[in-house]
Design a protein around this ligand. Structure first.
Ligand code: GDP
Ligand code: IMO
Ligand code: MG
Length: 416
């Protein structure tokens, strides 16, 4: 990638503009070489960020996707909820592939721990919603909501407890055992939880820093730049998203800064990531969803199956009001429009531009290009209809698409 672009400054956040899975992982992997520190701020193993490097697929759940670049500091922020066995697994799998992580990993002490019983509560709450309302949220069942519930109730266990005697953690878990059975009918297997905890403790305790915000301040004072990998996406934000069909954390740029304890004015750039079409996993409104043939086509061409749960993603067309909304909420400087190549076979591409008085989506139908854009790295080389498609998005959102994805691979990206 050209060194001159993008002028991202010392702190850059990469944030999803739709309902997740926009391809944040790929652009983080691409940009990581220009930064000193790669950080995750919020969310947990509900995230699945897939990258393809030299034909090999890597899926990141808790660690940021920039990890493959050796020598970069890796930070997991205080807004996160962490399932420790998943983190151990990720570290082991990378270290097994020759990518060292432990020598450059820092964990915020105020991140919360996701235990097995949080996953069980997640499942119970989903079943209840299905029983009561006929549909659940469609969570990833990774225990995210219940872990944040405990955090908000001020009874959660945080990573700082990795420094405690495990007997103290045992006592904490025993204390909540009765309440959890009464409220959710869920049993906490304290011995098993403690076993997993002790395993994590051995490896991770030395990486829990005393003060996360001070750590990042020190990096910035040494002019080491920070790349923040957003997880989930703006429309899944608990405050600004499509509530109640959202995740339980703040997924916006502001949420990322809060999760890392970075002052808002330290952010120097923010890239919005949006697919050239749109997908959603789980329930909730999706105005431009196509439940017929075109949706199936997008799913198959785009490989739209969840990387965490394997669920088929709901597919449909780009909805410009959502992109404009996300740009307002996050203050994007530019777009990374991803997966343009998935539209290569479309005759006509509908784009949602607004709503009529009755709430029906208004579509503009743009001509397709019916030729492969796969792997193109120069904007000028795109077929004219594809250029027009991108320029239409730019005009309608008043933001330029400085990065355009044309394939899964690290190199398959237009930078303009
Ligand atoms: P994330 O959660 O935002 O990181 O996105 P995911 O990794 O869950 O889903 C995006 C999927 O699209 C992954 O399988 C990526 O490898 C793939 N992908 C990313 N960018 C492109 C692109 O420009 N073209 C194609 N065809 N696939 C892409
Ligand atoms: P990345 O980072 C897509 C969705 C779930 C569900 C809702 C709540 O890969 O983009 P949760 O388990 O968080 O309580 O589920 O949020 N969801 C995601 N959808 N990508 C994600 O992450 C998601 N993380 C959560 O499908 O609808
Ligand atoms: Mg994903």
């Amino acid at each position: 990638m050209k060194k001159s672009f993008p002028p991202l400054g010392l702190v850059c956040a990469v944030i999803g503009a739709q309902w997740g899975d926009e391809g944040k992982g790929k652009v983080i992997d691409l940009l990581a070489e220009h930064f000193g520190v790669i950080a995750r701020a919020c969310g947990g193993a509900n995230a699945g960020h897939t990258i393809l490097v030299d034909g090999k697929k890597h899926v990141f759940r808790l660690l940021p996707s920039g990890c493959l670049h050796s020598g970069k500091s890796v930070v997991l922020g205080g807004g996160m909820v962490m399932h420790l066995p998943t983190l151990l697994e990720e570290i082991a799998s990378l270290e097994g592939a020759g990518v060292s992580i432990l020598d450059r990993l820092s964990l915020y002490p105020n991140a919360h721990i996701v235990f097995e019983y949080h996953k069980d509560i997640d499942a119970v709450l989903e079943e209840r919603r299905m029983g009561q309302k006929g549909e659940g949220i469609g969570t990833t069942r990774k225990g995210i909501g219940p872990a944040y519930m405990e955090k908000a109730a001020r009874s959660g266990l945080r990573l700082e407890s990795l420094r405690w005697d495990v007997q103290l953690v045992k006592k904490e878990l025993e204390d909540r055992r009765r309440a959890v059975v009464q409220m959710y009918g869920v049993r906490i297997d304290v011995d098993r939880e403690c076993e997993e905890f002790a395993r994590a403790q051995k490896l991770l305790a030395p990486h829990v820093v005393m003060n996360g915000p001070e750590l990042l301040r020190d990096f910035l004072e040494r002019e080491e730049s920070i790349l923040i990998e957003g997880a989930q996406a703006t429309l899944l934000d608990i405050d600004q998203g499509t509530y109640p069909f959202v995740t339980s954390s703040c997924t916006t740029a502001a949420g990322a800064l809060q999760g890392l304890g970075l002052a808002p004015r330290t952010l120097t750039s923010c890239i919005g990531v949006a697919k050239a079409y749109c997908t959603r996993v789980g329930s909730g409104a999706f105005a431009t969803e196509d439940t017929a043939e075109a949706g199936n086509r997008l799913r198959e061409r785009g490989g739209e199956y969840g990387s965490v749960t394997g669920r088929p993603r709901r597919c449909g067309w780009l909805h410009l009001p959502d992109l404009r909304y996300s740009a307002i909420v996050n203050g994007f400087d530019c777009w990374n429009i991803t997966k343009l190549d998935v539209l290569d076979t479309e005759e006509v591409i509908p784009v949602g531009t607004g709503m009529d008085d009755r709430g029906n989506v208004l579509y503009e139908k743009l001509p397709g290009w019916k030729t492969s854009t796969r792997g193109i790295t120069a904007f000028e080389k795109l077929p004219k209809e594809a250029k027009h498609y991108i320029e239409f998005i730019e005009k309608q959102t008043n933001l330029s698409a400085r990065l355009i994805g044309t394939g899964q691979g690290r190199e398959e990206m237009i930078v303009k």
